[in-house]
Design a protein around this ligand. Structure first.
Ligand SMILES: [Zn+2]
Length: 344
C-alpha cells in the first residue's frame, strides 16, 4: 500500500510499504476512507532531524474495517469507524477516568511497528478500546466533520472543558488555526456568550465568526491584550483557550484572563518556562489544559455532528489524494491551506 513517511524537515515522501496485517487478536485492519494533515505534523515538518529510515506519520483518520481480530467484539468487517489521535485499551485505570491519552497499554500512530494515518490502510491496535463505530454515509461534509473528532474538534472541546466554559461566560480563543476555530465552535456549543477570537487571517476569522466568535482581535502581544481588555470592561475573560503553543500565545492568555479564570492550553507547547509567578497567583488564575483524550469525548460529540448542529468539517479547505500529501504539507506550512483533507 501507499503511505506517508517523513524523513526530516521539509522531507515528506509517499512510498510503497508493506500492507498491514493483523498482529494481535485485538487488532483490526482499517482501510482509510478519510485522513488529514494536522497543524502538529508541521512541527516535525519544520524541525525534524534527518533520518535514514524515516518514520510513518498521520494520526487523524476514519475508515472501513477490512479485517477484525478474533477478540474484537465492537466492530466487524465493513463497519465505518473513527480513530482518536492515540490508541488505547479503554479499560485501564487512566482510561476509566477518561484519560485515554495516558493509557497504560496504548500509544501513538507512526511509532515503531505502528502505521501512520496518512496512507491507504492502518493496523489498529486495541481496536475495541480505540475505534468508535460511525454510521455509514456518502455525505462528504459529514465524513469531514466526523473526521475532526479524531483530533481538532475533540481538542477544541477539551480546551473548553478544562477551562470550565459554561452558559453565559466570556471566552477568548487564541489562534485561528483549525484547533482555535474548533475551540470557538466548542465554546459556543457549551453556551459561551461572548467569544473573542484572536487571529489575523481574514478567511479563518470569518469562519470563526460563523462558528460563534462575537469579536475578532487581530493585534498581538501587549496591543492584543489591551484590545481584549477594552472589549471586556478592563477585566478580561473567564476562560482563555490557547490553541497555538508558543510562549507568546501563553503570555497573551495570561494577559487577557479575568481574575479567577483559567488559561487552558491545547497548543503543543514549544517552550518550557512561562509567566506563572505572583501576577497569576494574586489573580487566582488557573493554568490548565493538556493533550486531549479524544476517545473520551467522541461519544458525547458525535450526536451533535450527526444532527448537523455543529459542522466542524468546515475547517477543511483543500482535498488531496495520498500522492498529493507532500504538497499538502507545503500548502499548510505556507499557510496557503488551513487544513488539508486526504481522500486516499
Ligand atoms: Zn487504557
Amino acid at each position: 500500500m501507499r503511505a506517508t513517511v517523513i524523513y526530516g524537515a521539509g522531507d515528506v515522501r509517499v512510498e510503497t510499504v508493506p500492507d498491514p496485517k493483523l498482529a494481535e487478536p485485538t487488532d483490526v485492519v482499517l482501510r482509510v476512507v478519510r485522513s488529514c494533515i494536522c497543524g502538529s505534523d508541521l512541527w516535525p515538518y519544520a524541525g525534524m532531524e534527518p533520518s535514514e529510515h524515516g518514520r510513518r506519520i498521520g494520526h487523524e483518520f476514519l475508515g472501513i474495517v477490512e479485517e477484525a481480530g478474533a477478540e474484537v467484539t465492537t466492530l466487524a468487517k465493513g463497519d465505518l469507524a473513527v480513530a482518536p489521535f492515540v490508541w488505547s485499551d479503554n479499560t485501564c485505570e487512566f482510561c476509566r477516568e477518561g484519560l485515554q491519552t495516558s493509557c497504560l497499554h496504548g500509544g501513538g500512530w507512526g511509532a515503531p511497528g505502528v502505521d501512520g494515518g496518512q496512507g491507504e490502510a492502518v493496523r489498529v491496535p486495541q481496536a475495541d478500546g480505540t475505534l468508535v463505530k460511525l454510521p455509514h454515509t456518502e455525505d462528504e461534509d459529514l465524513l469531514a466533520s466526523m473526521l475532526t473528532l479524531s483530533d481538532v474538534f475533540s481538542t477544541g472541546h477539551h480546551a473548553a472543558v478544562k477551562a470550565q466554559v459554561r452558559e453565559g461566560q466570556n471566552v477568548t480563543v487564541i489562534g485561528d488555526g483549525a484547533v482555535g476555530l474548533s475551540a470557538v465552535l466548542a465554546a459556543k456549543r457549551l453556551g459561551a456568550e461572548r467569544i473573542v477570537l484572536m487571529g489575523r487571517h481574514r478567511a479563518r476569522t470569518d469562519l470563526g465568526r460563523e462558528f460563534g466568535a462575537t469579536d475578532v482581535v487581530a493585534e498581538r502581544g501587549e496591543e492584543g491584550i489591551e484590545k481584549v481588555r477594552e472589549l471586556t470592561g478592563g477585566r478580561g475573560t473567564h476562560a482563555v483557550l490557547e490553541c497555538v503553543g508558543t510562549r507568546g500565545a501563553f503570555e497573551m492568555g495570561i494577559g487577557v484572563v479575568r481574575a479567577g479564570g483559567a488559561v487552558s492550553r491545547v497548543g503543543l507547547p514549544q517552550y518550557e518556562e512561562g509567566p506563572i509567578g505572583v501576577g497569576v497567583f494574586r489573580r487566582n488564575v488557573t493554568v490548565t489544559g493538556g493533550v486531549a483524550p479524544a476517545r473520551h469525548y467522541i461519544p458525547e460529540l458525535l450526536p451533535d455532528v450527526l444532527d448537523g448542529k455543529v459542522q466542524p468539517g468546515k475547517v477543511f479547505d483543500r482535498t488531496i489524494d495520498v500522492e498529493g500529501v507532500p504538497d499538502g504539507y507545503r500548502a499548510m506550512a505556507d499557510r496557503e491551506a488551513l487544513k488539508v483533507l486526504i481522500k486516499p
